[in-house]
Design a protein around this ligand. Structure first.
Ligand SMILES: *Cc1c(COP(=O)(O)O)cnc(C)c1O
Length: 380
């Protein structure tokens, strides 16, 4: 039996093993410890920000950032429709109302539409507690175009950089654009702590308050004293050790993912109806290449995404649709959405290809040997 090829698998080596073993042997097994402090410092440096708070997930980081911005019942948070449900769910946790905005052709947020939408909401008398940008599939959204337009509207920016650690925009690292940003170390992300996340920010007070809320909002008293609802959101010392090892290898893993995308691009170059998200829109420079996403022009490519995925699956290869837009999800069907049809079209025509840094050249050739004839219309 040939081994199944996965979309984006955790990629660990003896580097991670060494740190995890060190953490175990140090006796710092119980929740926090020196590996957590070190991991926070190293991630803050990597993101070019003052501080970081290691958490149990990226969703927890988004939740705490939103709470800090005052998101809650009676307020709205504006975010892209094309994203993973976690972005919108974090808004729902606070009781704020999500308002969704469409994407541009590279799948990232339509910044002009976002600004228009915030203006419209404010003109209606709504309180926009925050805007959440999402750096999709490893690419920062267009912060140059965003500039200080949100500042002018008095709305704080929270950056969902869960998919974008190691990416840059105009030379600035993902994670440094908002008043706070969330990173994810879930199992399929560019680097992993098996499960985990980080809140990063230049605002020490914000991080301090998030730290307090993330440990059940315990008051400084000799007993367990509580005046408000807190959360159990911290990362353990063992998992931080895994993260330190992964971070040491992050650039190597990004380089391998880039190599894989370049191989796909060369092999599919002769097919006019295939577009590489980011790469074909000039956005490749600061990309961390987390996932390679292509769209198939139905006028020029006979196979549609579902056919392609079914054929790949039959060959033991995992491929996926792009994120299904939030305004098309049953959960958010009644939420307000400002759409142009772009996210919906990307969802209907997009395929995400196996992109993990652990994939061998032979495995990529195996993907291509099924994919290329299908897209050329020779089979399927
Ligand atoms: C993965 C992801 C998250 C959530 O991160 P978890 O660590 O899984 O909670 C949030 N937003 C986006 C865009 C993601 O891809």
């Amino acid at each position: 039996m040939t081994e199944r090829i996965f979309l984006s698998r955790a990629h660990v080596t003896d580097v991670e093993e060494k740190y995890v073993l060190e953490a175990l042997r140090s006796g710092w097994v119980a929740p926090l410890g020196p590996m957590v402090d070190r991991f926070e410092r190293e991630i803050a440096d990597r993101c070019g920000v003052e501080g970081a708070l290691a958490l149990s997930s990226g969703t927890a980081a988004l939740h705490l950032a939103l709470l800090d911005s005052g998101a809650g019942p009676g307020t709205v948070v504006v975010l892209p429709s094309m994203t993973f449900a976690a972005s919108a769910n974090a808004v729902a946790y606070t009781g704020a109302e999500p308002v969704f905005v469409d994407s541009l052709d590279d799948a990232n947020l339509d910044v002009d539409l976002l600004i228009d939408t915030v203006g419209t909401l404010q003109a209606e008398g709504r309180t926009v507690a925050a805007v959440m940008t999402v750096d999709l599939f490893g690419r920062c959204c267009d912060y140059t175009s965003l500039g200080d337009r949100l500042v002018a509207l008095g709305v704080p920016l929270i950056e969902d950089a869960a998919e974008a650690l190691g990416a840059t925009h105009a030379g600035r690292p993902a994670g440094s654009f908002g008043r706070a940003a969330a990173l994810s170390f879930n199992g399929n992300k560019i680097m992993t702590t098996s499960g985990g996340g980080m809140l990063v920010s230049n605002d020490g007070d914000l991080l301090e308050r998030a730290r307090y809320l993330s440990t059940q909002a315990r008051q400084p008293a000799p007993w367990y004293e509580h005046t408000e609802v807190g959360y159990n959101y911290r990362m353990s010392n063992i998992l931080a050790a895994l993260g330190i090892g992964q971070l040491e290898r992050l650039d190597e893993m990004i380089a391998r993912r880039r190599e894989i995308r370049d191989r796909y691009a060369v092999a599919l170059d002769h097919l006019d109806g295939v577009t590489f998200l980011g790469r074909d829109q000039g956005g490749d420079a600061g990309d961390n290449h987390w996932l390679t996403c292509i769209t198939l022009d139905p006028e020029r490519i006979a196979a549609d995404p579902s056919t392609v995925m079914a054929a790949l699956d039959a060959a033991g290869i995992e491929a996926r649709h792009l994120w299904k837009p939030m305004h098309l999800q049953p959960l958010y069907a009644t939420a307000r959405a400002v759409t142009t049809g772009t996210a919906e079209r990307l969802f209907e025509t997009g395929v995400t290809l196996p992109s993990g840094s652990e994939l061998t050249d032979a495995q990529i050739e195996r993907v291509l040997s099924t994919l290329v004839p299908l897209l050329e219309g020779r089979t399927g």
